[in-house]
Design a protein around this ligand. Structure first.
Ligand SMILES: [Zn+2]
Length: 93
């Protein structure tokens, strides 16, 4: 379900653009318009919560994902956000 950048193989992030959702690569700026079905399926809410001790990242995946997929996705997103937060420590919502 996750989309990867064809240029640098980074994980593409969903980005709302007007009424539609596109995927973009934070690493190289690549943008990809998803297929119609993908846009609807890819309703994901990501929350990043900070605690004084550590970063806790909660990932709520698409409803269609199974438990295993969610766990996998969560692990990937945790790693991904860790690297992202290092690059953009001040970026909020
Ligand atoms: Zn890229």
């Amino acid at each position: 379900m996750l989309e990867f950048c064809p240029k640098c193989e980074g994980l593409l992030m969903p980005k709302k653009q007007k009424s539609k959702t596109v995927f973009y690569c934070p690493h190289c700026g690549f943008e990809q318009k998803p297929k119609k079905k993908t846009a609807n399926d890819y309703k994901v809410v990501w929350k990043i919560e900070h605690t004084p001790k550590d970063e806790i990242i909660v990932v709520e995946g698409p409803k269609k994902l199974g438990k295993k997929d969610k766990e996998l996705m969560k692990e990937e997103m945790e790693d991904y956000y860790r690297s992202m937060l290092e690059f953009y420590p001040e970026e909020g919502d």
